[in-house]
Write a protein that binds this ligand. Structure first.
Ligand SMILES: [Cu+2]
Length: 221
């Protein structure tokens, strides 16, 4: 596959006119990109913030996905998962102890009773909204799922940066959300064109509650 792609690239560069036409077409049809930077009021990068672009005045194209939230070292990984409405999520348990995953959030109420290894069935997140995950056995385990109705979203990394590529030009409502935000930032209306766009946000968070984990071999769980 790589060879074939490389070969095609070689052919294109040897035909400047064709390459130019393709480049012009790509710009005209051009996909937009948006980069968001999220920082605390003190200027520190904010990780795990969701950046969501919803098309205004037209439906987002339909798509369903699949995602995985693991349990490892008696923690959920990752802390924040953003999915499209209709996405199924698996909850594999890689620990030598059992977990009991649950959510009481209106967007998705479910529980997977005490289990080890692979969870029986994936859970389908069929409503938009915020879902808080917990474990009945381990109080400190917490994770979040944000269910959205658009394929264009990203979450910030440790550098506080999130980037969404391949967005068709047009009008969008831009939302930022963090599981521990003190107050919601206002939505913004953005018009995306061929040029890359950058937006900056300041979000104040409540500190993450750190509950000490007992050693695994002491209590047996
Ligand atoms: Cu657990």
């Amino acid at each position: 596959m790589a060879d074939r792609a490389g070969h095609q690239t070689g052919r294109l560069t040897s035909r400047p006119l064709l390459a130019w036409i393709l480049l012009a077409w790509a710009c005209a049809a051009g996909a937009a990109s948006l980069t968001a930077s999220v920082r605390s009021p003190a200027g520190a990068p904010v990780a795990d913030a969701a950046i969501v672009l919803e098309p205004t005045g037209r439906p987002a194209p339909a798509a369903r996905g699949h995602a995985t939230i693991e349990q490892r070292d008696r923690e959920f990984i990752p802390y924040l998962t953003i999915v499209r409405k209709g996405t199924s999520i698996d909850f594999p348990n890689h620990d030598p102890v059992k977990h009991h995953v649950y959510s009481f959030s209106p967007a998705k109420v479910f529980e997977i009773k005490l289990y080890a290894g692979k969870s029986v069935n994936p859970v389908i997140f069929d409503k938009t909204g915020e879902v808080v995950l917990g474990c009945n056995i381990h109080d400190w385990m917490a994770a979040h799922v944000l269910v959205v109705d658009t394929p264009w979203f990203a979450k910030t990394g440790a550098d506080g940066i999130a980037r969404i590529d391949g967005v068709p030009p047009g009008a969008y409502r831009l939302r930022v959300w963090h599981p521990r935000q003190k107050a919601a930032a206002a939505d913004r209306d953005v018009s995306l064109g061929a040029a890359a766009r950058r937006v900056d946000y300041t979000l104040e968070l409540t500190p993450r509650l750190i509950v000490p984990k007992p050693p695994l071999d002491a209590g047996g769980y």
